[in-house]
Design a protein around this ligand. Sequence first.
Ligand SMILES: Nc1ncnc2c1ncn2[C@@H]1O[C@H](COP(=O)(O)OP(=O)(O)OP(=O)(O)O)[C@@H](O)[C@H]1O
Ligand SMILES: [Mg+2]
Length: 292
Amino acid sequence: MSTTAGAIDTATPPAPAPPRAGLIEIRQVHKSFGDLKVLAGIDLTIQPGEVTAILGPSGSGKSTLLRTINHLEPVNQGLISLDGEVIGYRREGNLLHELPEKEVLRQRTAIGMVFQNFALFAHKTALANITEAPRRALGIPRREAEAHARELLDLVGLADKADAYPRQLSGGQQQRVAIARALALRPKVLLFDEPTSALDPELVEEVLAVIRSLARAGTTLVIVTHEISFARDVADTVVFMDRGRIVEQGPPSQIIDHPAHERTRTFLQRVRSGGPDAESAAPARSTDKDPS
Ligand SMILES: Nc1ncnc2c1ncn2[C@@H]1O[C@H](COP(=O)(O)OP(=O)(O)OP(=O)(O)O)[C@@H](O)[C@H]1O
Ligand SMILES: [Mg+2]
């Protein structure tokens, strides 16, 4: 906008606050592996600053959905965008062209991911695990990256573990380093795929506490979890998936406490009673793959 000196300040209302970043729009996403239809038309909007918990039986497509959000899995049909920018593709008129890997990597820096199995570099210290991506992907100088990494270690309660290697850390501590690592790129959105399901029960709470504090700070979070009471506690929206579709979505008071669908009720009952849906390795699963 061009302005004329003296004419602008009084005539123009103050600029609105910039919208909070991190709006994810998922539209009619379909994904198959060979003949197996894994996502069958997913429509979901994730609002900036909100926490979305995804629940559903094993094999329902939860991990696949998360992986399509940061284009670890290309979709067969449909679109996913972050703040209006299509992920993985460049729009040209009505055509979509897959972006070169370099561009996808740039987009991915805005979308952090935390995996069930931590996926830390075994031969790097906690500090080096956290500084690796900012230094490599964003070219941030070592001192600056390390200063930020130490702040993040402090945030996840591990200020004294900067020099520890993953093998010297408990599972819960490793997962907290993985969370700090995901935060190091200052992502707009953080995706968690069952972040506590590989942990001994007594270590679950320390990781959930870190996720809760991120939620309170207004980070946009998408969490696949089997921790129903945690989801009720932390989520603004709960999404229940089954067989590649969203069966129902809404606030926890609705989906967890008063589900409209029989399938949701059965699932919640099974999880609460420790039945087959409570485990990640339920019979519906045909392959056992590493989620990373
Ligand atoms: N790379 C792949 N190749 C072939 N099939 C796959 C692949 N990834 C996932 N699948 C299949 O897609 C279906 C959905 O898998 P997905 O991992 O998304 O389920 P999930 O809901 O995350 O399950 P869980 O709760 O067990 O983690 C499963 O039947 C799985 O075997
Ligand atoms: Mg999964």
